[in-house]
Write a protein that binds this ligand. Structure first.
Ligand SMILES: [Zn+2]
Length: 558
């Protein structure tokens, strides 16, 4: 029975972060992932295009809102505050437009939202929410209602909020086992919530598929420059065991979903190899768009930087010297802390002479325009000229090792973003050849190279992920034309029997449904105005430090 007269059906969403047919298809064909295979084959399945750039922080919010990042405002885990050079961490309140759970809740539907990225801090809603990734610590309140946290802790122990660091790098087999154990523990809590709380729309994101693929792609991919056959022989069976476990857990959760509900399975982006880092801030500096201060300390740091005194080299030395414990200390130098005191950082940038800078890992370039930021260096009249010059130069950039084009496509802000938050988003996105290059921010100036072989991670996000829908009214055995992640929210609302707000950018995936279903359920659009209600500061300084630590553990920030 549904809990609201407006909500006609039920929908359960299972997110598998970053999964791709490129990796899973052989295992699906071999029958190793029977539950996922059944879901996909008994319903409509296809490729799902992510946001540009394809980063989880942005893509999951586009899933949840049905809008492009220009509306919801999240483009990465970190971003420069719109009116300064301060680097902020995105969170649930950065989102400027309503999410599915608010829209369904407002219609009287009960919603459950579990481990959905970018939801912390938990917000009151008609139902329940549990936040994990980017929750500062176990001391934080990470559920709504707050007593859900105590209920789960009493029953199962603390919900595992964060991925274990165990074995990362040196002993991938231990790491793989640790993330598997974490998923087993999480699944117990998820199944309990599925069974004990009423819901019309339930969603759970299984996050570690993404983390694992970042770490071990080179072991799965024989053509990767860092492929290690001996290590692969040892670890690939563990990786397969992890995916088989994920599949079993998915099967156990799906078994708790009523037969008349729609099940949606999706990933927020695809995945694939990458080989090299592209350090955009170094490239901007080499071309004169980013300038350093001329103070003695900054000059000294620049000299040291030239000689290779950089965080990445420090990490290499510590790894070579097997000082693994100290590795963490280098990684954990936080804003204003060790890293920024010792190494060249944004603290050494002469903003008044800097025209462009990059924040984030996906090619985001922000222009320093007069009137927008405190030391704006570009007069508004010169904006297009500077932006065009950077875009042109970026597409001309070649990797000296083999002559490859590093940045095949450059997007101007208005080509990929539109909406109430667009003005906060990067002026340019240098969309690298993602099979090879990742513009990775190990630190503001983590390395003194422009392009260099990657370390730490070997896989990264690609544009195209996976979507599958199964349930009454869905065609069986259908392969969908490539859909967009923006299409999922309108499709869910439509299936629930609710109208689609006009500000949503995606389309209802009507071709997934039978003619009879479509004839009986015409899509209705209701006019909606979105007001930007995003907030920049949510975390306290201490919480921000904890959250940045988590991102550092994942290799996302310096
Ligand atoms: Zn992701």
């Amino acid at each position: 029975m549904n809990t609201s007269p407006l909500v006609k059906r039920k929908v359960a969403v299972f997110g598998l972060d970053g999964i791709t047919f490129d990796l899973l298809q052989p295992w699906l064909d071999e029958g190793r992932l029977p539950n996922l295979a059944r879901l996909l084959n008994q319903g409509a399945q296809g490729r799902l295009r992510s946001t540009i750039p394809p980063v989880s922080a942005s893509a999951w919010v586009s899933f949840a809102t049905g809008t492009n990042p220009g509306h919801h405002g999240l483009v990465d885990f970190t971003y420069p505050a719109p009116d300064s050079y301060q680097i902020n961490v995105s969170n649930g309140r950065t989102r400027a437009v309503p999410a599915l759970w608010e829209i369904v809740g407002a219609a009287g539907g009960q919603v459950g939202v579990v481990s959905m990225p970018m939801t912390y801090p938990p917000q009151p809603l008609n139902g329940f929410m549990l936040c994990s990734f980017l929750t500062p610590s176990q001391e934080s309140r990470y559920t709504y209602p707050p007593n859900l946290q105590d209920e789960l802790t009493a029953k199962f122990g603390p919900y595992p909020l964060h991925m274990s660091e165990k074995g990362r790098g040196q002993h991938p087999e231990l790491f793989v086992r640790a993330v598997k154990q974490m998923e087993i523990e999480r699944a117990e809590a998820v199944k309990y919530m599925l069974q004990t709380r009423p819901w019309d729309l339930f969603m759970y994101v299984l996050e570690t598929t993404d983390n694992l693929q970042h770490e071990v792609w080179h072991l799965l991919d024989k053509s990767h420059p860092l492929h290690d056959a001996a290590m692969a022989q040892k670890v690939v069976p563990e990786i397969l065991d992890y995916y088989e476990t994920v599949d079993r857990l998915l099967g156990e959760m799906v078994a708790l979903v009523p037969a008349d509900a729609l099940i949606v399975v999706l990933s927020d982006h695809g995945f694939g190899p990458f080989h090299k880092f592209f350090h955009i801030n170094n490239w901007l500096a080499a071309n004169g768009w980013l300038k350093f201060k001329r103070t003695p300390i900054s000059l000294l740091k620049r000299l040291a930087f030239k000689w290779g005194v950089t965080p990445i080299n420090a990490l290499k030395w510590l790894t070579l010297l097997r000082l693994g414990g100290m590795r963490k200390n280098v990684k954990r130098g936080r804003g204003g802390g060790l890293l920024r005191r010792v190494f060249l950082s944004f603290n050494d940038v002469d903003w008044a002479r800097t025209q462009a800078f990059s924040v984030g890992n996906f090619g985001q370039v922000y222009l320093n325009v007069q009137g927008q930021r405190p030391s704006g260096a570009i007069p508004p009249a010169h904006y297009e000229q500077v932006r065009d010059a950077i875009a042109t130069k970026a597409t001309q950039l070649r990797d000296l090792a083999d002559g490859s084009q590093v940045v095949p496509t450059v997007y101007k802000r208005e080509e990929i973003f539109h909406g109430v938050s667009a003005h906060r988003l990067p002026d340019l996105v240098l969309h690298t050849d993602r099979a090879k290059y990742v513009s990775f921010g190990h630190a503001d100036f983590g390395s003194n190279k422009i392009i260099e072989p990657s370390m730490g991670q070997t896989g990264h996000h690609h544009l195209v992920g996976v979507v599958g829908l199964r349930g009454p009214g869905v065609q069986s055995g259908l392969t969908l034309p490539e859909a967009s992640i923006l299409d999922v929210a309108p499709t869910i609302l439509h299936y629930l029997g609710l109208p689609v707000p006009s500000h949503m950018d995606g389309q209802v995936l009507t071709h997934a449904f039978s003619d009879a279903f479509n004839a009986a359920n015409p899509v209705t659009i209701i006019p909606s105005d979105v007001e930007n209600r995003g907030q920049d500061d949510v975390y306290t300084a201490a919480e921000e430090a904890q959250v940045l630590d988590k991102l550092r553990d994942l290799g996302y920030v310096a």
